[in-house]
Design a protein around this ligand. Structure first.
Ligand code: 2P0
Length: 354
């Protein structure tokens, strides 16, 4: 900022979330309205999260954004929707000591600078857009003194990226698809907070940190247009599965939680295969991880671990407690030993094919 002109800043951090009942398919592309409800668990912010600083100053001539240190364009409709919706809701702000006074209507004309960092690979099917847009909306809301509740903020984050609406809350979160055409009832609600079932341990086996080949947005568009299984899933399977999942979470019933989680991941990937042209997000290593867990679960007669895969090959494995998580890690390291190149590249092991 030039001399005598102020800069006002806010910083926020949002974790990513992992869906246990998947969102796949939109009924409205512009507003990002889904064809079914979804349920997710929000991760601990220390591990996979976005940290965003937003600044506003009368000396900024335009809106600008940097992602992981590199400038990116804000011209896309999704960024513009989030900025517009937050600006509309900005409230008066005053800091007498610093000589800052911003009236409600000023927010429309003040430009922002946004710097965001992910502490995990972008676009490798690890829901970086979920953390990113949730954090952007939350932090802009703080900066602009927005008074709306988290539900309302979630419906704004949804317009950045569907899954982002679920990252406004910790714990277990449901994105209610809503019925209205304007999307005002398509928002996230918290089912249980992060203390409710804190024995659960989530392990992410990074099979590949390369950018995925088919983006979620175009993949789900193709699925909506071509997959008969998607219609059946959205209308018939998910509504009853969501109710069962809510019960399982409420009762901390790992058996039911694990069965529903694995079944829903598998059906999501079946929809991808049912799409024309078919979409392959999982690879051989992913399939071998599924087999490992399935065999283990079958041998014990009851689920030990749940698995779920998003729009990429990386495995998200959920164990009911630390003891089972330790056993799982042992098995992963035995069957998928890290290769030297993985250790040297990122300083930590990732799981690759033996
Ligand atoms: C989910 N995924 O529920 C599902 C499961 C991927 C597989 O939400 O177009 O990045 O921005 O709304 O949110 C990924 O989709 O897509 C996603 P857009 P998004 O987590």
């Amino acid at each position: 900022a030039s001399e005598g002109q102020w800069v006002l800043m806010a910083t926020g951090r949002s974790p990513t979330n992992i869906a246990v009942i998947k969102y796949w398919g939109k009924r409205d592309e512009a507003l990002i309205l889904p064809v079914n409800d979804s349920i997710s668990v929000t991760l601990d912010p220390d591990h996979l999260s976005a940290t965003t600083t937003v600044a506003v100053s009368p000396s900024f001539p335009s809106d600008r954004m940097w992602l992981n240190g590199k400038e990116i364009s804000l011209s896309g409709g999704r960024f513009q929707s989030c900025l517009r919706e937050i600006r509309k809701r900005g409230c008066e702000f005053e800091d007498e000591k610093k000589g800052i006074k911003i009236k409600k209507e000023d927010w429309e004309n003040l430009h922002v600078h946004i710097a965001s960092y992910n502490n995990f690979p972008t676009a490798a099917g690890l829901a970086s857009s979920a953390a990113g847009f949730a954090c952007l909306v939350f932090t802009l809301g703080k900066l602009m003194n927005v008074k709306e509740d988290y539900g309302e903020l979630s419906s704004i984050a949804r317009q950045g990226s569907g899954s982002a609406c679920r990252s406004l809350y910790g714990g277990f979160v449901k994105w209610c698809m809503g019925k209205k055409d304007d999307g005002s009832d398509s928002l996230a609600v918290q089912l249980a907070d992060e203390t409710h079932w804190n024995d659960l341990v989530i392990i992410i086996a990074v099979v590949s940190s390369k950018q995925k080949e088919t983006s979620s947005t175009s993949g789900m568009r193709d699925s909506v247009e071509t997959s008969p299984l998607l219609r059946y899933r959205a209308q018939t399977v998910v509504p009853s599965r969501v109710l069962k999942m809510e019960e399982a979470i409420k009762n901390r019933d790992f058996d039911s939680f694990a069965k529903l989680t694995c079944a829903d991941s598998n059906q999501f990937h079946a929809v991808c295969l049912d799409t024309s042209p078919p979409i392959f997000y999982m690879n051989d290593t992913s399939h071998r991880m599924i087999s490992l867990v399935e065999k283990w679960n079958h041998s014990q007669g009851t689920p030990q671990v749940a698995y779920t895969f998003d729009a990429g090959p990386n495995a998200v494995l959920i164990a009911p407690n630390r003891k089972t998580a330790a056993l799982l890690l042992q098995k992963l390291l035995y069957y998928f030993p890290p290769q030297d190149k993985d250790l040297s590249r990122c300083g930590r092991p990732s799981c690759t094919s033996r």
